[in-house]
Design a protein around this ligand. Structure first.
Ligand SMILES: [Zn+2]
Length: 142
């Protein structure tokens, strides 16, 4: 069974969530019971949980670095979400570059949206600019 991760918006705990559960009903935080808001199978995370996830996940972890003011990021959002449903073996995350400026600097994010793929905690590929769901799929090597 495919699993993904979700950060609790209230207590910031990292929850492991089965993809099936995430799609069928709204998962809740194991610690405080708050609803874990996911967009398709995409989870918005902070940099602390992002670092935990990229080392914990068995397969690929895909991260969309974005910002609310960025037009191309907005059009990319739904495509990225669609891609999360089509590639359920990978974990799909989003990081808000305005809220998490340090991590964006650490990874040298200059233009957004910027999509980075990690395996075993290491960056293996990156792509700047918006993609279609199909392009994300081939970007992941499918
Ligand atoms: Zn919680």
């Amino acid at each position: 069974m495919n699993t993904t991760f979700a950060e609790c918006p209230k207590c910031r705990s990292l929850n492991k969530v089965s993809s099936q559960k995430a799609l069928e009903k709204t998962p809740v935080c194991g610690k405080c019971g708050e609803t874990l808001a996911m967009h398709g199978l995409v989870s918005e995370v902070s940099s602390a949980n992002f670092k935990k996830i990229i080392t914990k996940a068995d397969g690929l972890v895909v991260v969309d670095f974005w910002a609310a003011w960025c037009g191309p990021c907005k059009s990319y959002g739904p495509e990225y979400q669609k891609a999360s449903l089509q590639n359920q073996q990978a974990v799909f995350l989003k990081i808000n570059t305005e809220a998490e400026q340090q991590i964006s600097a650490e990874y040298g994010i200059r233009g957004i949206p910027c999509t980075i793929v990690f395996k075993n905690g290491k960056e293996i590929n990156r792509q700047s600019g918006a993609m279609s769901a199909e392009q994300v799929k081939s970007f992941l090597g499918n």
